[in-house]
Design a protein around this ligand. Structure first.
Ligand SMILES: [Zn+2]
Length: 128
């Protein structure tokens, strides 16, 4: 007994053609009164849809991450000038004390020199 061969009935729309034609591949699944191949059966469609939903969800997560990172970069850039001004004030006071009061521990002189050089680099936009 030979089984009757069935062909996929999924309508395929070609971009330059006004009508759809059936897929025509060998059908394996009979669903809702029609035959479908392994590409156009409900299960395969569902699997593709789930995959694409997962891709969309993942790209949304990545988009949120990128946006948060960009916002953080902007926040830091906005803080930069204020930070430089504040540190400049502290360094100026510390330098004045070292130069005029004549006393500072060596350790603090080193810290001050480092701070002055970092501040200079920050204002010039280079790495210390
Ligand atoms: Zn098909």
């Amino acid at each position: 007994m030979s089984e009757e061969k069935h062909y996929c009935e999924e309508p395929i729309w070609e971009s330059n053609w006004p009508r759809a034609h059936p897929c025509g591949k060998t059908a394996k699944h009979f669903e809702n009164g029609r035959w479908f191949c392994g590409i156009h059966c409900e299960e395969a469609k569902l699997r593709r849809s789930e995959k694409s939903q997962a891709r969309i969800a993942a790209s949304r997560v990545q988009w949120d991450k990128d946006r948060a990172a960009a916002a953080e970069t902007q926040r830091r850039a906005d803080m930069f000038d204020q930070l430089v001004e504040a540190i400049e004030e502290v360094v100026r006071l510390a330098r004045w004390e070292v130069d005029n009061l004549g006393y500072a521990e060596d350790r603090n002189k080193v810290i001050l020199t480092k701070a002055e050089s970092a501040l200079k680099a920050a204002k010039e936009g280079v790495k210390p």
